[in-house]
Design a protein around this ligand. Structure first.
Ligand SMILES: Nc1ncnc2c1ncn2[C@@H]1O[C@H](COP(=O)(O)OP(=O)(O)OP(=O)(O)O)[C@@H](O)[C@H]1O
Length: 749
C-alpha cells in the first residue's frame, strides 16, 4: 500500500504540474511567446511536416502574417525567453477558438521558417566528442534544429525542461528554461550526473493494441512528451498537453547499441582508465528496455559488453608490458537481499568502509584477463539472475543487477610511470510496475512491491540530493546503499532513462522522464584520480631501463625462489641420508646378522670417511649399492691383484689408478663381515695413506656424487663431470651457504 501510494503521489506531482500549464485566456494580452519555441511545439504536435490547415487563409500575404504575429503573439527577445506555455481559451466559443489556433499556427509557421533560414545553425556541435561515431542530428521534426542554435538563449539554466500545454492561441509566460546550449552542457556536465533518454521501438503487442506514439526524440537531446489523441486532429489540439525535456542525450527507437554506448558510457570507461570511479544505471518502467540497453542480445550486445571490450582494448594499448589487473564481481538485489551472481549462495552484507566506500562483504571478485572470460562470467551470472514472465514483459528482471569491474594498470604519463586504479559499476535496475487492485498477493507482486520500494527510495535520495539536504536517506533500501557512491560520492555517473513510446504507457513514461529530469540536477563531487607515480624525474630512456630491470629482477627472483626450493629439498634428503648412515655404522643390521646383504640408501660415504679418520690407515668409503655393502678403499697398486685374487667372490666395481699412480682406488661389493675385516685390519693389502692422498681421493668421490654442485663453480668439479673446470678457487660454493647444509657435509681438511 505504501508503495502504491508513493508512486501515486509521484504521478500526482506530475499531473499537478501539467494542470498548472492550462491556459488562461484572461492573460492573453500580457503573455509572451518565443515564436521559435511555439513553432517547435506546433511542429512536434503535428508530426514530420506541419500541414497547412484546410481552413487557413491562403490569400494573406506572408509578410502581413509575420506582422500579425508580432501583434497577436508579441515575441520577446529570444534570449530572455526560456519557455512558453499556451493557455486554454476556456471562455471562447469553439469555432472562434479553432480559428485562432489555426491562424496562430499559420503565422508562426511562416515566421519561424524565415527565422530559420537566417540562423541555419547546426544542432549538435560536439559530435566529435562521441568517439568514432559522429552522431548526426537528423531533424525529426521539420526545422526544429534551427531553434537550438542560439547561444544567447537561456544563459542561466539549471533545469532544462519546457512545459507547455494546450494550443489554442492563448499564451502565458512561464519561467522555465528552454534549453541548454552545447557549451552550457559541456560546462555544466562536469560536476553533475549525466542523464540520457532512450526510446525503444513500439512493440508488436502495443501495435496490436492500437497504441500511438506519445513521446518523440528531437535533435538527439530533447524529448517531447504529449498525450495527443491524434497527430492531425486539430479539433482536439486545445486539449493536448505536452512537455519538453532536455537531456545530455536522447536516443530514438532506431538508435544502435554502439551509438548509445559511445555517447553515454565510453567516457565512463575513459574515466576508469584515468583512475576514477564511474557508474551507469538504467532506470525506467518494466519492459522499457533497460536490460536490452545494458546487456543486449548476442547480435546486439549492450553497454556492459561493449564497455568490457573497450576496456580491455584500451588496457592492452595503454598498459606498460601488459601489466594490468581486472577484477570482476556481479551481484543482484532481490527482495531486499544482496546475492552473489557468480557464486550464488548465502546473502551478502553491505558494509561501509572509510577507505573503500561501500563494500559488499564476501562478494566474489574474479580475476579476468580477457573479454571472453568476462562473457563467460556474465553468462553464468545471468543464468543465476532472477527473471520471470510478467504481464508487461516476458523476461522481466525481478532484481537489480550490478556488475563491478575493478581495474589497475601501469602506464606512462608525461614520462612518468603511473599506476592507476578505478572501478566501473554498470547497473541494470528492475523496472517499476503498477500493481492492479485485482492482483493477488503472489510472489510476483511481492517482488514488484520490493522493486517499487527500492525505486521509491532511489527517488527520495534523488530528491534529497537535488534539494541539497544534509541527510540523504541512502539506508532506506539496499539498492540506494549500493548506489551511494554513484549518486553522492566522487564518481562519474550516467543514467539512462528508458521509456516506451506507447501512449498506453504514458504515465510510466511521464514518471520516468520526471525523475530523469530531476536526476540531472544531482551534483557529483570532484573525482580525484587514483594514481601513483612510480618513478619521478627520469627521462623516457631511463624509465624504460628501469622497467626492463624491474622485469629482469622479477624473473631472477622467481629463479632464485625455484633454486632455493631445490636446495632445501636436497638438503633435507642429505640430512636424512646422513642419519641413516650414522645409524647403520653403529648398529649391525639384522640383515647383515643373517648373512644377507645390507642395503644402504643415499649413503654418500660419511661413515667410511669417519672410519678413515679414526683408522688413518685406510680410506674406505661405504657406498650405496642395491644388492650389497659397497666399500671404497685405496691400496698400493702392486697389491691390487693379490687382493682381487684373495677375494674372488667380491665384485670389484671400480678400479682407478690414484693420483700418484702408486695407489689404486678400489671399490668392492662385500658382505658386512668382510667390510668389518677391511675396516679393522691395518695389515696388507691396505696401504697407509697420507692425509693429502685421502683428501684428493675423497674430493674425487665427493665430486662424482654431487655433480649438481657444478653450477656453483665448485673447484672440485672433475672434467668427467663437467667440461669446464673453474679457475676460480672458491672454497665454498655460494649455494652451500644455505643454512644447515654444512652440517651433513664432511670436513675437507
Ligand atoms: N532499443 C530496443 N530495440 C529493440 N528492442 C528493444 C529495445 N529496447 C527493448 N527492446 C525489447 O523490448 C523488450 C523488453 O525489454 P527489456 O527486457 O530490456 O525491458 P526491461 O526494462 O529490462 O524490463 P524489466 O524491468 O521488466 O526487466 C525486449 O523484448 C527487448 O528485446
Amino acid at each position: 500500500m505504501h508503495v502504491r501510494s508513493g508512486s501515486k503521489s509521484m504521478g500526482r506531482t506530475c499531473r499537478n504540474q501539467m494542470s498548472d500549464m492550462d491556459f488562461d485566456d484572461s492573460n492573453r494580452d500580457s503573455r509572451d511567446l518565443s515564436s521559435t519555441s511555439y513553432f517547435r511545439n506546433l511542429k512536434s504536435l503535428s508530426g514530420e511536416k506541419l500541414q497547412k490547415p484546410p481552413f487557413a487563409r491562403p490569400s494573406e500575404p506572408e509578410n502581413s502574417v509575420a506582422r500579425n504575429t508580432q501583434t497577436v503573439l508579441p515575441t520577446r527577445n529570444i534570449a530572455s525567453h526560456d519557455s512558453i506555455e499556451l493557455l486554454n481559451t476556456r471562455n471562447a466559443s469553439r469555432s472562434v477558438q479553432r480559428r485562432q489556433t489555426v491562424d496562430a499556427m499559420q503565422r508562426v509557421f511562416t515566421m519561424v521558417e524565415e527565422e530559420g533560414e537566417k540562423e541555419n545553425a547546426p544542432c549538435i556541435k560536439d559530435s566529435a566528442s562521441l568517439g568514432e561515431v559522429q552522431l548526426e542530428s537528423p531533424p525529426i521534426i521539420g526545422k526544429s534544429q534551427h531553434l537550438k542554435s542560439s547561444k544567447n538563449r537561456n544563459p542561466d539554466n539549471s533545469r532544462n525542461s519546457i512545459d507547455n500545454a494546450n494550443i489554442s492561441g492563448s499564451f502565458t509566460p512561464k519561467k522555465l528554461r528552454l534549453e541548454e546550449t552545447q557549451d552550457d552542457a559541456k560546462e555544466g556536465s562536469a560536476d553533475r550526473i549525466k542523464v540520457y533518454v532512450r526510446l525503444r521501438p513500439m512493440s508488436r503487442k502495443e501495435k496490436v493494441a492500437g497504441a500511438r506514439c506519445c513521446v518523440r526524440e528531437l535533435n538527439r537531446r530533447e524529448v517531447y512528451l504529449t498525450e495527443m489523441a491524434s497527430e492531425c486532429d486539430y479539433l482536439r489540439l486545445k486539449r493536448l498537453k505536452g512537455r519538453y525535456f532536455v537531456f545530455d542525450g536522447a536516443f530514438p527507437g532506431d538508435a544502435s547499441q554502439k551509438e548509445v554506448y559511445l555517447c553515454s558510457a565510453a567516457q565512463l570507461v575513459e574515466g576508469v582508465l584515468s583512475g576514477q570511479n564511474s557508474s551507469m544505471f538504467c532506470y525506467g518502467a518494466t519492459g522499457a528496455g533497460k536490460t536490452f540497453t545494458m546487456l543486449g542480445t548476442v547480435e546486439e550486445p549492450g553497454v556492459m559488453i561493449l564497455a568490457i571490450k573497450d576496456l580491455f582494448l584500451k588496457l592492452r594499448q595503454r598498459s606498460v608490458d601488459q601489466n594490468y589487473t581486472v577484477l570482476l564481481s556481479y551481484m543482484e538485489v532481490y527482495n531486499e537481499t544482496v546475492r552473489d551472481l557468480i557464486s550464488p549462495g548465502r546473502t551478502l552484507v553491505i558494509r561501509e568502509d572509510m577507505k573503500q566506500g561501500i563494500v559488499v562483504a564476501g562478494l566474489t571478485q574474479s580475476r579476468v584477463s580477457s573479454e571472453d572470460e568476462v562473457m563467460a562470467l556474465l553468462h553464468q551470472g545471468n543464468q543465476n539472475r532472477t527473471t520471470e514472465s510478467t504481464r508487461v514483459n516476458e523476461t522481466s528482471s525481478r532484481s537489480h543487477a550490478i556488475l563491478q569491474v575493478m581495474v589497475e594498470y601501469s602506464s606512462f604519463v608525461d614520462s612518468l610511470l603511473v599506476t592507476r586504479s578505478g572501478k566501473l559499476s554498470l547497473i541494470d535496475l528492475a523496472g517499476s510496475e503498477r500493481a492492479l487492485a485485482t492482483d493477488q498477493r503472489t510472489m510476483r507482486s511481492v517482488e514488484g512491491a520490493n522493486i517499487n520500494r527500492s525505486l521509491l527510495a532511489l527517488s527520495s535520495c534523488i530528491s534529497a540530493l537535488v534539494e541539497g539536504k544534509k541527510h540523504i536517506p541512502f539506508r532506506n533500501s539496499k539498492l540506494t546503499q549500493l548506489l551511494k557512491d554513484s549518486l553522492g560520492g566522487a564518481c562519474q555517473t550516467a543514467m539512462i532513462a528508458n521509456v516506451s513510446p506507447s501512449n498506453l504507457s504514458f504515465g510510466e513514461t511521464q514518471n520516468t522522464l520526471y525523475w530523469a529530469d530531476r536526476a540531472k540536477e544531482i551534483g557529483i563531487k570532484s573525482c580525484m584520480a587514483n594514481e601513483a607515480p612510480q618513478v619521478a624525474g627520469l627521462s623516457n630512456e631511463h624509465l624504460h631501463l628501469v622497467m626492463q630491470l624491474q622485469k629482469e629482477n622479477q624473473q631472477l627472483r622467481v629463479q632464485v625462489a625455484q633454486l632455493q626450493q631445490k636446495v632445501l629439498a636436497l638438503e633435507s634428503k642429505m640430512m636424512a641420508a646422513t642419519l641413516v648412515c650414522e645409524c647403520s655404522s653403529k648398529v649391525t643390521s639384522p640383515l647383515a646378522k643373517s648373512g644377507g646383504r645390507l642395503i644402504q640408501k643415499e649413503n654418500i660415504g660419511s661413515s667410511g670417511i669417519d672410519a678413515v679418520s679414526s683408522d688413518k690407515n685406510l680410506s674406505p668409503c661405504i657406498d650405496d649399492e642395491a644388492d650389497g655393502v659397497s666399500i671404497d678403499f685405496v691400496c698400493t697398486s702392486d697389491k691390487v691383484d693379490s687382493w682381487i685374487t684373495s677375494h674372488p667372490d667380491h665384485v670389484i666395481t671400480d678400479v682407478q689408478p690414484e693420483m700418484k699412480q702408486t695407489n689404486t682406488h678400489l671399490r668392492a661389493s662385500v658382505t658386512p663381515s668382510i667390510k668389518r675385516q677391511i675396516l679393522s685390519s691395518p695389515v696388507a693389502p691396505y696401504q697407509k695413506l697420507s692425509n693429502s692422498c685421502i683428501n684428493s681421493m675423497l674430493k674425487d668421490n665427493f665430486c662424482r656424487k654431487r655433480a649438481f654442485w657444478d653450477m656453483t663453480n665448485s673447484p672440485y668439479t672433475k672434467s668427467s663431470c663437467r667440461n669446464v673446470r673453474s679457475n676460480t678457487q672458491v672454497e665454498t660454493p655460494s649455494m652451500l651457504l644455505q643454512p644447515g647444509f654444512m652440517r651433513g657435509r664432511p670436513s675437507l681438511n
